[in-house]
Design a protein around this ligand. Structure first.
Ligand code: AMP
Length: 204
């Protein structure tokens, strides 16, 4: 089963996959996280990727597809969840070439609420756990005790650019998958537990 997660930045895709991993066994293709891993290696490729992510621009399609194919070639379970991919109709065409999308889960959240969540978001620099300033004011990761930091692309200017890209390139994909009859819309303003429950109902 191939599942695509759609939703504006801050709609809770990362939190959802984190919570789903306690309930289901799946291969996660979280493109943003895979790209950040490459940046962290300090490689030449990582520097090219960083020059895009720092500006809130999409990374080149060939780099994104290589990253995805590399992950799928080493680890492909019967459920694959794509988080943050596809982000454009060009990417959705590429995805259609490598697999059949069985389910597209759209986490629907207003832009203003997404912005508030992003401004409260903290990510562990060691294990990637996503949490909030409200839950962890001491900036210590509750999972691994690593340092919680603000993602370098979670600044107001970069977030605005990422929202622009989302509205222009990613939002139209909702209609694409709706027309195909595979779209399920979830109210992402609910708590993470409620969102998880709603998603589990459609996956099972
Ligand atoms: P995310 O973690 O999904 O918010 O992604 C962070 C950044 O990684 C984005 O702003 C893009 O620069 C890059 N990125 C993530 N997913 C993709 C993708 N599917 N295509 C191109 N760039 C991506």
């Amino acid at each position: 089963m191939n599942i695509v997660l759609l939703g504006i930045q801050g709609s809770g895709k990362g939190t959802l996959v984190q919570d789903l991993s306690n309930k289901l066994d799946f291969t996660l293709i979280s493109v943003g996280a895979l790209l950040r891993d490459e940046i962290a290696t300090g490689s030449k490729l990582g520097k090219i990727i960083k020059s895009k992510t720092d500006k809130g621009e999409l990374v080149d399609l060939s780099i994104v597809m290589d990253t995805i194919n590399k992950k799928l070639s080493t680890n492909k379970k019967s459920i694959v969840i794509f988080d943050g991919f596809p982000r454009s109709s060009e990417q959705a065409d590429e995805l259609d070439k490598i697999c059949n999308v069985d389910l597209a889960i759209y986490l629907n959240l207003k832009k203003e609420d997404a912005l508030k969540r992003i401004m409260n978001r903290l990510t562990c620099s060691k294990c990637g756990n996503i949490t909030t300033r409200v839950k962890c004011p001491d900036l210590i990761c509750p999972v691994c005790k690593g340092n919680l930091t603000v993602r370098s692309d979670d600044t107001p200017e970069v977030v605005n650019k990422r929202f622009e890209q989302y509205e222009l390139l990613t939002y139209p994909l909702i209609e694409r998958y709706r027309k195909r009859g595979v779209l399920v819309e979830i109210d992402a303003s609910k708590t993470p537990d409620e969102v998880l429950k709603a998603v589990m109902k459609v996956i099972k």
